[in-house]
Design a protein around this ligand. Structure first.
Ligand code: DQA
Length: 141
């Protein structure tokens, strides 16, 4: 089973960025533990601060992989283009947000991705990524 985690802008700063909101674990450390907890998944990680690079990655993998765990960061609330790409591809995506975006500014309440995703996991911290992987596994069995 081949799954990719795609993180959008500023998520490379996890661990250093507003730890009161996003926690103090770096995504690299978290990803290492995810990989060892899910040996049955061929798990990849891609992060970019550039909208076009995220589009290119979705196009590249979006017809072959079994699942995408997508945290588009702020592009979630602005990018019609990434929303269109999620709609265009055949690989199912689960949208994840570390923080509870509904408890934050109203501009974070709208997502251009959600309507095209299999589901959405919000406000569960880094555990949200794990829950998304579990969902892909359970639905494969
Ligand atoms: C985020 C929420 C977004 O509103 C924000 O722009 C992010 C991170 C989250 O994981 O909680 O960069 O996607």
């Amino acid at each position: 089973m081949k799954i990719i985690i795609i993180n959008g802008p500023n998520l490379n700063l996890l661990g250093k960025r507003q730890p009161e909101i996003y926690g103090s674990t770096s995504f690299e450390d978290f990803f290492t533990s995810l990989k060892s907890n899910f040996p049955q998944i061929d798990l990849e990680y891609f992060q970019s601060n550039h909208e076009g690079e995220i589009l290119d990655k979705l196009h590249e993998i979006g017809f072959d992989y079994d699942g995408i765990v997508l945290n588009g960061g702020a592009y979630t609330h602005t990018s019609v283009a990434i929303g269109d790409a999620v709609a265009a591809i055949t690989t199912p995506a689960i949208e994840v947000h570390i923080s509870n975006v509904y408890a934050r500014e109203t501009f974070r309440h709208h997502s251009y991705f959600s309507a095209h995703c299999k589901g959405v996991i919000i406000g569960m911290g880094l555990q949200g990524y794990e829950l998304a992987l579990r969902n892909f596994i359970m639905n494969q069995e």
